[in-house]
Design a protein around this ligand. Structure first.
Ligand SMILES: Cc1cc2nc3c(=O)[nH]c(=O)nc-3n(C[C@H](O)[C@H](O)[C@H](O)COP(=O)(O)O)c2cc1C
Ligand code: SF4
Length: 395
């Protein structure tokens, strides 16, 4: 007779690579919007200390660029040596609250606003990019070797700053994700063509990040299951890539996402499209462009609790490595059921913007559901200090 495995508990400490997390809940990256010209500010530190105080086991400092050219815009932090002392204050503050902290590292690729950055960006192959408002050229091999070194340096700087984990951004059609996408990667060399070749560049990056930091920190990847656009990455390929990444053995977990910040910005949010607020947050010309092209780039998807679960289940069947379920998690029973289905962790973004104390409230059985209503009006606040507009009203 086989003895059933005991049900995973949300509240028991759990291993993530070399780390022990105090529970199974991760705060997913939400660009904090409080790094003017890339500076670490007290607001950034307070943001993450508050999440840690609220009970999440691991908070994620959102989108740290590996180089100036890899920034989304000029107010993005570059994880270079200069920022290590200030970031140490941030990691110390999170540790004081009993939490752990990850740095999400990436290169924006086609998503970079090059006018704001005043620096060129890179693409797998030359194409027009709306955020760059022009053509972005396909990277040479030398460019890509440079990007790999930038990832190594950024990862080492993260460790020097006291981060417990590194989340490599392999999603949302940022540079590494765009290499895997058949519609964005038209290269003819060893980094383009077959699925194995399109996966080669992200694999090299992950391999080198792991070599550069060793086994003392956890390394995860935020990984696209599907781009959500015609001819983009879909499950037939992403499942095979996940298996390749598992066999490579460098990652401690995959956080499963989808969508494209370039071509389909609502796929990984669902819910209402805050178009008026988006238009108001942009300079006049961009706002005008948004009015015209916005409905195409931001189609409406109805919100559903745990909207990525049906796709994520395919990954649970395909690989045995730890998986982090993300997307529309707002309820305690959703977390419990995800763990029962074999996911090791869940990640929550908007639910914890709405209420950073939600994890403690779940634990203390004060509530069983968060208050986020998926209006997405927090999205345009990334330009002025990311916040839930409802929470702000009630303060
Ligand atoms: C305001 C805001 C900013 C975000 N910034 C990032 C980011 O910098 N990097 C990233 O990978 N995802 C980012 N996301 C996406 C979230 O990590 C997450 O994938 C998405 O919100 C779905 O999770 P949820 O339903 O729990 O909110 C952001 C989300 C929001 C709401
Ligand atoms: S503004 Fe608040 S309620 Fe609306 S989606 Fe964002 S976190 Fe949720």
């Amino acid at each position: 007779m086989t003895v059933p495995e005991p049900r995973r508990s949300i509240w028991e400490p759990a291993r993530l690579g070399p780390l022990t997390l105090r529970n199974r809940i991760v705060k997913a990256a939400t660009f904090e919007g409080v790094m003017p010209r890339g500076q670490v500010t007290d607001q950034l530190i307070d943001f993450h200390a508050e999440v840690a105080r609220g009970g999440a086991a691991l908070t994620t400092v959102a989108y740290c660029a590996v180089s100036p050219g890899g920034r989304v815009h000029a107010n993005t932090l570059v994880l270079d040596k200069n920022h290590v002392p200030e970031l140490r204050r941030l990691t110390d503050a999170v540790h004081t609250e009993g939490g752990l902290v990850a740095a999400q590292i990436g290169h924006a690729g086609l998503v970079a606003n090059t006018r704001s950055n005043r620096t060129k960006t890179l693409a797998p192959s030359t194409r027009f990019s709306p955020p760059a408002m022009g053509l972005v050229r396909g990277a040479t091999r030398e460019d890509l070797d440079r990007v790999i070194r930038d990832f190594e340096d950024a990862a080492r700087n993260a460790v020097d700053a006291g981060f417990d984990a590194i989340e490599v951004h392999l999603g949302h059609n940022y540079l590494l994700s765009s290499f895997m996408s058949p519609n964005l990667n038209r290269r003819k060399d060893e980094y383009g063509g077959s699925l194995e070749r399109r996966a080669a560049f992200p694999r090299r990056v992950i391999d080198r990040v792991r070599r550069s930091v060793g086994d003392s920190v956890a390394i995860t990847a935020k990984f696209n299951m599907a781009d959500g656009v015609p001819k983009g990455l879909w499950l037939d390929e992403s499942l095979r890539i996940a298996r390749i990444l598992e066999a490579d053995g460098h990652l401690d977990a995959l956080q499963l996402t989808g969508g494209s910040s370039l071509l389909n910005g609502m796929y990984f949010f669902r819910g209402e499209v805050p178009m008026a607020e988006f238009v108001a947050s942009q300079p006049k010309m961009v706002g005008y462009g948004l009015k015209v092209y916005g409905p195409r780039i931001f189609p409406t998807y109805p919100f559903e609790e745990a909207f990525f679960l049906p796709m994520a289940r395919q990954f649970r069947e395909a690989v045995s490595m730890p998986l982090i379920l993300l997307g529309g998690i707002n309820r305690l029973d959703t977390i419990d059921n995800a763990l029962a289905e074999g996911f090791e962790f869940v990640a929550m973004a908007r639910a914890l913007l709405r209420d950073p104390d939600l994890v403690n409230k779940f634990r203390d059985q004060q509530v069983s559901e968060g208050l986020c209503i998926h209006c997405n009006k927090c999205m345009p606040t990334i330009y002025t200090g990311t916040r839930c507009v409802i929470r702000e009203t009630l303060r």
